[in-house]
Design a protein around this ligand. Structure first.
Ligand code: 2BA
Length: 104
């Protein structure tokens, strides 16, 4: 699983995953739209572990609103004239099949 989460939610998510014995790797990443730091977790689980991870993400990744103003988003050029409300938080999750998994 690949989960992009808000950095503020990351400590609680990491604690919850570790507490359940779920292995993960945390990567510091940057969102393409906000150009702000977020965290991406690589989480290797069996099929029957997917829902456990989803439950942790639902519990600890809250959705909230944030205002994005022109100064924060110069890359949007002239498209942004007034602050816009953006939904942040939650989790963006990709569940992908792994062809092979080995530790050597
Ligand atoms: P960002 O790209 O920085 O996007 C942050 C939030 O800004 C998005 O939250 C969304 O609410 C809003 N947003 C993004 N593009 C927008 C647009 N063109 N117009 C208006 N609002 C827009 P989420 O959708 O929850 O995404 C959170 C983070 O997850 C993203 O940060 C990005 O790092 C990642 N992400 C989301 N969808 C992705 C995808 N299809 N592929 C790869 N990464 C993705």
């Amino acid at each position: 699983m690949i989960a992009v989460i808000h950095s503020d939610d990351c400590p609680a998510v990491l604690d919850a995953l570790a507490g359940r014995g779920i292995a993960f790797t945390r990567l510091s990443t940057t969102g393409g739209f906000l150009r702000a730091g977020n965290d991406t977790l690589l989480i290797g689980v069996e099929d029957n572990g997917i829902e456990d991870v989803m439950q942790v993400l639902r519990e600890f990744c809250s959705v909230r609103k944030q205002f994005l103003d022109v100064g924060q988003a110069p890359f949007l050029g002239t498209l942004l004239h007034a602050p816009v409300e953006v939904t942040v938080g939650g989790a963006t999750v990709f569940v992908v099949e792994v062809a092979d998994f080995r530790k050597i």
